[in-house]
Design a protein around this ligand. Structure first.
Ligand code: HEM
Length: 386
């Protein structure tokens, strides 16, 4: 998490697709998530209207829970949800992803990452895709996302194709889930059936994203605790981190570990010296933070190379290497996946399904354009289209 959660906004993550017992464990209040490191940077960025906004949101959620405001019920997710109403939906997503990845292989990784960043913040509701408006700062500007999340235009392309085939039927939240799965398959990873039927949110929150998404500096203990709050186990954490088997990261995300790990003025000791030498050349101290490096040695292929690299102390991010170097429990899982790709694939699929199950009870709709809510004022619609 980039910052401590300070406001009182109720933050219920309810996974209605799991057992009653696990649903109970999935109810997360912001306070329970909030026992984390407070970033000074975040504190200085907090807008003046923060308290008022929090109060309104708190009241809103309070009324929702008392049933004095109506909401769309959480629709139970299920496989083949669009079979009757848009039978070609999954095929359209797969083909559009194939075309996008032929144009640019990395777009698969970039789209897959969207599932993590959408689902951790108020559930999988497509909120991540909303552009900012004069009255709402969305998630695209959040610390983990700005200058980092990419390939939103691929989601637009999928949405456009789906709107042509079956207007107003397939949600943007579901598009992320299908496209993420297809990105994995098209990169050589496992295939699985996705559960669908999500609604798109009516708003987004930069603040919520800043409060929840983990920083690349995170250590294993922090990540274990964070994932636990979403009912995700140590195995889920390590398997899902294996998504870094594809894609790239920026120098911005690793300079601290190259030159000043934990304020020591020294590099992270858990780095192969030859690997560090290469990264030093790629990312000099005052170099361009937007230069990118591979997250593992085979960044276009979804395989278990990422785990082999971690064992050789060749992890790109601190949050990757820590899984092997700092905790015996995560280390055992890394070791297993490094010699058993099948086990990695099976656990990865389970983790992605659990991640996709995260939902909150909130009003929703099927957006016509993933970047804007359907009833946006006309000026906002014009801005998003241009
Ligand atoms: C465990 C906590 C995690 C942390 C701290 C983390 C952090 C990061 C960071 C810092 C980057 C590079 C961003 C940049 O430098 O611009 C990245 C890239 C990426 N992340 Fe994660 N991540 C985590 C978990 C996940 C999960 C669960 C998924 C997917 C299910 C995921 C998918 C990806 C992908 C595919 C990329 C490459 C994207 C691209 O090439 O555009 N990550 N992550």
């Amino acid at each position: 998490m980039w910052a401590e959660i300070k406001d009182k906004k109720a933050f219920e993550k309810v996974n209605k697709n799991q057992s009653v017992a696990s649903t109970h464990r999935n109810i997360i209040t912001q306070q329970s998530i909030g026992a984390s490191v407070l970033s000074d940077r975040r504190r200085t960025m907090r807008p003046a209207s923060f308290t008022a906004t929090s109060l309104i949101l708190y009241l809103f959620l309070f009324l929702l829970r008392r049933g004095t405001l109506t909401t769309g019920e959480i629709t139970p997710l299920r496989r083949g949800f669009y079979a009757g109403v848009c039978p070609e939906a999954e095929q359209i997503v797969r083909e559009t992803m194939r075309r996008a990845m032929t144009r640019e292989a990395r777009s698969g990784a970039s789209v897959m990452r969207l599932q993590f960043h959408d689902c951790f913040v108020n559930g999988c509701d497509g909120s991540l895709l909303l552009d900012d408006t004069p009255t709402m700062i969305g998630e695209k500007l959040a610390l983990s996302n700005i200058n980092s999340l990419r390939s939103f235009e691929v989601i637009d392309e999928v949405k456009e194709a789906l709107e042509k085939a079956c207007p107003g039927v397939v949600s943007c939240a579901d598009i992320i889930i299908m496209a993420a799965r297809d990105a994995v398959v098209l990169s050589g990873g496992p295939n699985w059936e996705v559960k669908l039927g999500r609604k798109d949110s009516l708003s987004a929150s930069q603040e919520a994203s800043d409060n929840i998404m983990p920083s690349p500096r995170s250590n294993a203990t922090f990540l274990i605790n964070l994932f636990h709050k979403f009912n995700l186990s140590i195995t889920d954490l390590v398997a899902l981190s294996g998504s870094h088997s594809i894609g790239m990261g920026r120098c911005f995300s690793i300079v601290f570990r190259l030159y000043n790990q934990s304020g020591t003025g020294r590099p992270d000791p858990h780095m192969d010296p030859r690997f560090r030498f290469k990264l030093n050349r790629l990312c000099p101290v005052s170099g361009d933070g937007n230069i990118t490096g591979r997250l593992d040695a085979t960044p276009a292929k979804f395989d278990n190379r990422y785990f082999k690299d971690l064992r050789r102390q060749r992890g790109f991010l601190n949050s990757d290497q820590t899984l092997f170097s700092d905790d015996a429990r995560t280390m055992a899982v890394v070791k297993r996946y490094s010699v058993d790709q099948k086990a990695f694939f099976a656990d990865f699929v389970e983790g992605m399904v659990k991640l996709g199950d995260l939902q909150i009870d909130q009003p929703g709709e099927i957006r016509r354009n993933c970047r804007i809510v359907n009833n946006a004022p006309r000026e906002e619609t014009r801005e998003a289209v241009s």
